[in-house]
Design a protein around this ligand. Structure first.
Ligand SMILES: Cc1cc2nc3c(=O)[nH]c(=O)nc-3n(C[C@H](O)[C@H](O)[C@H](O)COP(=O)(O)OP(=O)(O)OC[C@H]3O[C@@H](n4cnc5c(N)ncnc54)[C@H](O)[C@@H]3O)c2cc1C
Length: 419
């Protein structure tokens, strides 16, 4: 259906609140402010979000659209990843592993912190309010939503966008029946300066994906300190997927001080015994080069891998964006771009419709369908590469392609195209 005539005036009547000041929240603030809306962003953290230093994969074509929209600098450094190199340890190739398949991909590997800083500096002055935790969201009339804050204050807005991450208060408020689905495995992550590596060449091209019984690990360079991409100054980014049965998850997510974490165990909080048990389990199944990277890991961190689909992206004047909406497993490479695209699409819908309700309806239908499909794509990749990964040691390219295409039936433009 063709969009209605562009008016731009309806959006200027809106008083918009955004909850959460990370990737999705900053993008929404930038896009909507540029369209002339009054925007207030409330972030519970007391300071700029801390850079966890880990890497992020974004489809290169999508990254280019972010540059074209002036959401990120044209010169923002990233590593183009033209392939996922699917490898595994064999008796003949104990050090670097046997390459089973160079699966074509078009991904940009970048630093989470660099992307965040690029977005944050584009949020207009006075919009981003720190130390403002929202504790309740309530729609009062057709166009009035009240936010209550942890400090006891409250305020009303004509549109609220919940960009408050995977444990979203907004999602719980709109859809209390929707629960996160634990996938039965965790992602154990770390990073280190390239200078620590005995040799760099094995990581020079593409994203290394090391398969083993029950999971896989990914290893790739991202820009290092000061966004440097110079050889010797990069960061080695790694993550390995390991099964942790649901009954054992609470013990796994218990930190050094005995506190149980939901969702993620931050850097430096993992008990040494947990870290050592992971190393003992994974090092023997990895080619030695990759086992050595894991062995050097300290201050590592972990995420419990979850997913969830949502019935809709809005109810009334309360909307969801980013991980607050449908939440895909990280294999989909969708975390950052999904949140940015939710925000971009919302701005475009409000710009292209004279009527706010019609704009929100069109946006809701499009994002609900697209993002739930992305969740299903992530789940298929999880089955392929973690829960039902076959033994790659005897598979050739033809067998790898056939296996992948039989398990992963949803197509994404940046992965899984036939070579
Ligand atoms: C500090 C940080 C570092 C990250 N580092 C990486 C990384 O290195 N690699 C990677 O792949 N992914 C990383 N992620 C996750 C990744 O950015 C997200 O999965 C994805 O980009 C979606 O972004 P989002 O904006 O939807 O949600 P998130 O990035 O999760 O942001 C949600 C924001 O909402 C705020 N918030 C939550 N509840 C409230 C509330 N009630 N009131 C006010 N504010 C609230 C949070 O403080 C947070 O800033 C990181 C996230 C954060 C917050």
């Amino acid at each position: 259906m063709a969009p209605a005539a562009r008016s731009g005036s309806a959006i200027r009547d809106l008083d918009i609140a955004i909850i959460g000041g990370s990737i999705a929240g900053c993008t929404a603030a930038i896009e909507l402010a540029r369209l002339g809306a009054r925007v207030s962003l409330f972030e519970r953290s007391g300071e700029e979000l801390k850079d966890r230093g880990a890497g992020l994969g974004v489809p290169t074509a999508v990254f280019d659209t972010f540059i074209a929209r002036d959401l990120v600098d044209a010169g923002l450094p990233y590593f183009p990843a033209p392939a996922f190199l699917r490898i595994c340890r064999t008796a003949d190739e104990p050090r670097y592993g046997r390459l089973a398949w160079a699966q074509p991909a078009t991904l940009a590997a970048l630093n989470w912190g660099a992307l965040y800083r690029n977005l944050r500096k584009r949020v207009p002055d006075g919009v981003y309010r720190t130390r403002r935790q929202v504790v309740a969201i309530e729609q009062h009339t057709v166009s009035s939503v009240e936010l209550r804050f942890a400090d006891g204050a409250s305020a009303r807005f004509s549109l609220v966008i919940c960009a408050d991450g995977y444990a979203s208060l907004g999602r719980q408020t709109l859809f209390p029946e929707v629960a996160l689905n634990y996938a039965g495995y965790v992602l154990w992550r770390g990073h280190m300066p390239e200078a620590v590596l005995p040799e760099s060449p094995p990581l020079e091209v593409g994203i290394r994906c090391v398969g083993y019984d029950g999971g896989h690990g990914i290893f790739y360079f991202v820009p290092g300190a000061d966004d440097s991409v110079a050889a010797g100054e990069r960061l080695v980014n790694w993550g390995v997927y390991v099964a942790v049965p649901p009954a054992e998850l609470t013990a796994f997510m218990t930190d050094k001080s005995g506190r149980v974490h939901q969702g993620s165990l931050p850097p430096g909080m993992m008990p040494l015994a947990t870290e050592q048990a992971l190393k003992d389990k994974l090092m023997p199944v990895m080619p030695d080069f990759y086992a050595d990277i894991i062995a050097r890991g300290s201050d590592t961190f972990a995420y419990a891998i979850c997913d969830c689909q949502v019935p809709a992206y809005r109810r009334g004047r309360i909307c969801l964006a980013g991980d607050a909406g449908a939440f895909a497993r990280p294999h989909s490479g969708a975390g950052a771009l999904k949140g940015m695209n939710d925000a971009i699409a919302l701005g475009e819908a409000l710009r292209d419709h004279n009527d706010i309700e019609a704009a929100l309806d069109a946006w809701d239908q499009q994002r609900t369908a697209a993002n739930n499909e992305l969740v299903r794509f992530g789940n298929q990749l999880g089955e392929a590469f973690v829960t039902a990964i076959p033994d790659w040691s005897t598979m050739d390219v033809t067998a790898m392609e056939a296996w992948f295409n039989s398990v992963v039936t949803i197509r994404a433009s940046y992965i899984g195209e036939r070579s």
